[in-house]
Design a protein around this ligand. Structure first.
Ligand code: AMP
Ligand code: MN
Ligand code: MN
Ligand code: MN
Length: 276
């Protein structure tokens, strides 16, 4: 089973339209695909229709932005009902915060001599309700400020750098609650990417499970092999379901293509055992 349960389309900060994501997944041999745009469900209907047409198994997903212990955490929801009113309302609220944050980011960049960043980011954001740091980064690359997206993040868009602004996303309990309430399985996305102390990571997983969370990305396009082994151990110790996820955004920006991730360690219970 080639499952890839986390990726992005133009509905958030991916480069491909939802239908193009499905086509690429099909071409790469993906059997089961979840589209998980940031804080948005708008691509799911088109992707599901394209998947049904091309014979790719499809899971409706979302990646919710959460604030926890001063860090941004991403919680993926898999197998959600995209029509669930509480999920829709919750995500609308999270997206509304993005607007104000994008304006503050633009002001912060203007203060270090980079004018017009909000307009620039909007040129890369196909969904005006979903401006991500990735869109700012693409604009700064296109306007010649920095050579590539990774370098923009390192110099401007991470905590302590001039274009970073603190922002309060959803609470962990709300995000997991919306997902579970919509019939989905909540998954901790790319756990190795968070700058949390060991104690805060333990608290994150305790509260995630207490709120009804059940799964963790063991294999992620954002994980090294060592990180994969570390979180395989976490999944075993806590009895969590394991997910496999490229987190694909586009050919130029993503280290791992759709469906091309490592295999899950064979003793773990794959999250897709509950999705098919
Ligand atoms: P936001 O949700 O607006 O904070 O943007 C987060 C998005 O920015 C992530 O989903 C990635 O697409 C991208 N991103 C975050 N950190 C990096 C990085 N170091 N290099 C490249 N892209 C990044
Ligand atoms: Mn992204
Ligand atoms: Mn993420
Ligand atoms: Mn993602």
């Amino acid at each position: 089973m080639n499952a890839d349960l986390h990726c992005h389309s133009t509905v958030s900060d991916g480069w491909l339209e939802p239908v193009e994501v499905v086509r690429r997944a099909k071409a790469n041999g993906v059997d089961l695909l979840a589209l998980t745009d940031h804080d948005e469900l708008g691509g799911l209907a088109l992707a599901a229709a394209a998947a049904a047409e091309s014979g790719v198994g499809f899971v409706a997903g979302v990646e919710v932005s959460v604030s926890f212990a001063g860090e941004t955490i991403h919680i993926v929801g898999l197998g959600i009902d995209p029509g669930n009113p509480d999920l829709i309302a919750g995500l609308r609220q999270v997206r509304a915060g993005r607007d104000a944050r994008a304006r503050r980011m633009s002001e912060a960049l203007a203060a270090v001599g980079i004018a017009g960043a909000l307009e620039g980011a909007h040129r890369f954001a196909r969904n005006p309700a979903l401006v991500s740091r990735a869109h700012f980064a693409r604009h700064l690359v296109a306007s010649g400020v920095m050579p590539d997206v990774r370098t923009v993040f390192d110099h401007y868009l991470v905590r302590g750098k001039p274009g970073f602004v603190e922002h309060e996303w959803a609470s962990l309990e709300d995000a997991v609650g919306w997902i579970v309430g919509a019939g989905g399985i909540a998954v901790v996305a790319h756990p190795a990417r968070y700058r949390l102390s060991a104690a805060d990571m333990t608290r994150l997983l305790d509260r995630f499970v207490a709120a009804g969370g059940e799964a963790i990305e063991v294999v992620s396009g954002a994980h090294s092999d060592d990180e994969m082994r570390r979180f395989a151990t976490v999944a075993r110790q806590r009895g969590l379901l394991a997910s496999r996820a490229s987190d694909f955004h586009g050919e130029k920006e993503s280290p791992v293509d759709l469906g091309r991730c490592n295999l899950l360690p064979s003793d773990l219970t794959p999250v897709w055992s509950r999705l098919i």
